[in-house]
Design a binder for this molecule. Structure first.
Ligand SMILES: NC(=O)C1=CN([C@@H]2O[C@H](COP(=O)(O)OP(=O)(O)OC[C@H]3O[C@@H](n4cnc5c(N)ncnc54)[C@H](O)[C@@H]3O)[C@@H](O)[C@H]2O)[C@@H](O)CC1
Ligand SMILES: Nc1ncnc2c1ncn2[C@@H]1O[C@H](COP(=O)(O)OP(=O)(O)O)[C@@H](O)[C@H]1O
Length: 271
């Protein structure tokens, strides 16, 4: 039986900065995302994280995605340094990244902080040393489990739970209803997104939102890694509500969704 997770629950998981905060105490999210083949995914993740609210977004990658990230978001920091959470794999094929990106990916996986494993990093989940949150769609989860996509779609919640238990991870399975399963058999579900959300790049934005939420809850996650599951469900709710605002009943682009994140969060905080 899953617990449906909505705006009321999500509002509890937004870190509001206080007068004593600075950019580092708010949290730094690091990205090793994008590639020569998919540079745009790097831009979308960073954009989404900054719009969700974070002390700093640090982007590490090859020249082209780095230039594109900076062009869109000059506030992104492209120098190495400490982070409180990583987002790895969006816009990457597991065996088709340049040497620099592969080395950065290894360093991120070896860093024992919470890590979002998306797209091309899903198959490296076993190597991640921090709390892992996987963000597959049904096709990716089917590959991870060695099943058919149709089988996963027929029992999405069951497949997410199986993967979470097998990989000792939180698994956020994307779809019209998004399921968040944890390794202890906990299951949350969020269904706030319109079907217009099924457009290329929305998953890259979701990974960025989640990275920002993990980074801004670093201390709480250290004390209780179990909160990664409600934080993942919060990311799905924010993403879905921002998509709904961007859509208004029609099509929208991923940057439109990102642009709606601040107003979505304001409205959740206002209750
Ligand atoms: N703007 C960007 O840079 C974007 C990058 N993306 C990245 O693209 C990579 C692949 O993600 P996917 O979600 O496409 O991976 P999938 O596992 O869904 O698909 C893998 C490949 O199978 C093929 N394929 C599968 N179903 C197909 C269909 N019905 N029609 C045509 N071709 C089909 C495509 O060639 C695709 O590249 C990931 O690294 C992802 O992060 C996507 O997020 C889209 C946007
Ligand atoms: N029919 C649908 N209704 C609502 N949301 C959807 C639907 N299909 C996909 N989504 C959402 O769109 C996003 C797609 O992510 P993903 O498949 O990773 O795309 P991409 O890799 O192109 O970024 C996910 O957040 C998913 O939950």
């Amino acid at each position: 039986m899953d617990a449906s997770f909505g705006p009321e629950q999500a509002a509890r998981w937004i870190a509001v900065p206080g007068p004593a905060d600075d950019k580092y105490s708010r949290g730094v999210v690091g990205f090793v995302t994008g590639s020569a083949r998919y540079p745009g995914a790097a831009v979308l993740g960073v954009e989404a994280a900054l719009r969700t609210g974070v002390g700093m977004a640090r982007y590490l990658g090859a020249g082209r995605p780095t230039r594109l990230v900076l062009q869109r978001r000059p506030e992104a920091v492209t120098a190495e340094g400490r982070v409180q959470a990583w987002v790895v794999g969006s816009g990457q094929d597991p065996d088709d990244v340049d040497e620099l990106t592969a080395a950065l990916r290894e360093r991120a996986l070896a860093d024992p902080v919470p890590t979002v494993l998306d797209a091309g990093a899903l198959s490296f989940a076993g190597r991640a040393t921090g709390t892992r949150v996987l963000t597959p769609h049904a096709g990716e989860l089917a590959r991870l489990l060695g099943r058919d996509r149709a089988e996963v779609e027929a029992d999405a919640a069951g497949a997410a739970l199986e993967a979470a238990s097998r990989l000792s991870a939180v698994v956020l399975l994307k779809g019209h209803t998004t399921y968040v399963a944890d390794a202890d058999g906990g299951l949350l579900s969020a269904a706030s997104a319109p079907a217009w959300t099924a457009t290329a790049g929305t998953g890259d934005a979701l990974a960025g939102i989640l990275g920002a939420l993990l980074a801004t809850h670093a201390l709480e996650l250290e004390a209780d890694p179990g909160i990664a599951a409600p934080l993942a469900a919060t990311a799905a709710v924010l993403h879905g509500l921002a998509a709904e605002r961007a859509s208004g009943g029609g099509p929208f682009t991923v940057l439109d969704l990102c642009a709606e994140l601040p107003a979505t969060i304001r409205s959740l905080l206002a209750g």
